[in-house]
Design a binder for this molecule. Structure first.
Ligand SMILES: Nc1ncnc2c1ncn2[C@@H]1O[C@H](COP(=O)(O)OP(=O)(O)OP(=O)(O)O)[C@@H](O)[C@H]1O
Length: 359
């Protein structure tokens, strides 16, 4: 478990102060894959580095498995730091050493026999799928393989926590998925708590169970990944969510609607869990005097639960539309109106859907 209590960090350079962290209060539970997302400069790296004391908080405390690392003796601190592995965006491998030597490095500092070191290094490299690369040098490896070496080096000391600093940002999408799957496997098989910072919502969606959104040194939202995607509260979070769940009317459809003069009312329908599998749209048009025009739709999977998102235009007498909406709500569909009918509301339409209309 990692507990940040009122953590603030101020950097001072040549008399200039930067408040990188402001009053951070958040707890990462044991077994979590906890994501921290934010734009560049939000304070993510600083936050991550306070966990193993690569950065000291200016005020507040970070407790790791109940221990306040900053108050430990040097020797005790070294012992605790061994329980915290870290991986980096640019891998940080020693290029003059082989894969085997890179992974063995953290064990060299502890009192472990040569035989035990050999066993641990081979086992760990086998786990990350690199048992055939023991004698290779980092420059002979692909980006994904280099990150696997980085992961093996972090795991070789049997840590209870793994810190991931933009671990997949330098990798292509396919390699990213394979590394994320490996992190998930590490979390499940070794019961290691993972704290991962990223600016990619895909990473959050793929492996995290909880997430904090950072902006200007503050955490502005902390949620389960499912809730964050289905009901984002702040504008920043909504923008991040849009990178995965595109909730906008495509330009081509909008122009067509504008040409024809859209006549109905427009709604977003969010389907979560069991409502995703029901034919609710067709039932609305069968049971009520309502025509349903689907303008945009997608379905994605969040932590094994399907999440569907539709933008629909409903055309029909007012009360019939309302009955249709009630019916949808009763089926656990989250309904939100995005505009009323008529071109006179175009301004509202644009404002509400935002980036939407203009991409
Ligand atoms: N060593 C430092 N000295 C002075 N200011 C720093 C230092 N490290 C970070 N900062 C500043 O602190 C703020 C937060 O930086 P940080 O690297 O934690 O953000 P980030 O969200 O990780 O950004 P990125 O995704 O670009 O790495 C930024 O304004 C940055 O310029």
């Amino acid at each position: 478990m990692i507990k940040f209590q009122n953590v603030s960090k101020v950097y001072e350079n040549k008399g200039q102060k930067t408040e990188a962290l402001k009053e951070i209060n958040v707890t990462v539970d044991k077994g979590d894959i906890f994501g921290v997302i934010g734009f560049s400069g939000a304070g993510k790296s600083t936050l991550l580095r306070t966990v193993n004391l690569l950065e000291n908080p200016s005020t507040g405390e970070v407790l790791v498995d109940g221990k306040h690392l900053a108050s430990l003796s040097k020797h005790q601190l070294r012992q605790e730091q061994k329980k915290i592995g870290m991986i980096f965006q640019h891998f940080h491998l020693l290029h003059s050493k082989t894969v085997y030597e890179n992974v063995a490095l953290p064990l060299g500092l502890s009192r472990v026999s040569k035989k035990e070191v050999d066993k641990r290094v081979r086992e760990t490299l086998d786990f990350v799928g690199l048992s055939d690369k023991l004698q290779s040098y980092p420059d002979q490896l692909s980006g994904g393989q280099k990150q696997r070496v980085g992961i093996a080096r972090a795991l070789v000391t049997n840590p209870s926590i793994l810190l991931c600093d933009e671990a997949t940002s330098a990798l292509d999408p396919q390699t990213t998925i394979s590394i994320l799957n490996l992190l998930k496997q590490i979390n499940e098989e070794y019961k290691i708590t993972i704290l991962i910072i990223t600016h990619e919502m895909e990473v959050i969606k793929e492996i995290c169970n909880r997430v904090a959104v950072m902006e200007n040194g503050r955490i502005i939202e902390t949620e389960t990944v499912f809730n964050l995607f289905t009901d984002p509260q702040t504008e920043t979070t909504q923008n991040f969510v849009r990178s995965i769940v595109r909730d906008h009317v495509p330009d081509t459809v909008y122009h067509l609607m504008e040409k024809n003069g859209y006549i109905g009312r427009i709604f977003t329908f969010k389907f979560t869990g069991s409502s995703s599998g029901k034919p609710i749209i067709s039932q609305i048009s069968k049971q009520f005097d309502v025509e349903v025009n689907v303008l945009y739709g997608n379905i994605t999977e969040l932590q094994g639960t399907p999440f569907g998102n539709l933008i629909v235009e409903l055309v029909g007498p007012h009360e019939e539309v309302e009955w249709g909406l009630d019916f949808a709500r009763k089926q656990q569909v989250h309904v939100k109106e995005v505009t009323s009918n008529g071109n006179r509301n175009r301004h509202y339409f644009e404002r509400t859907l935002g980036n939407v209309v203009h991409g």
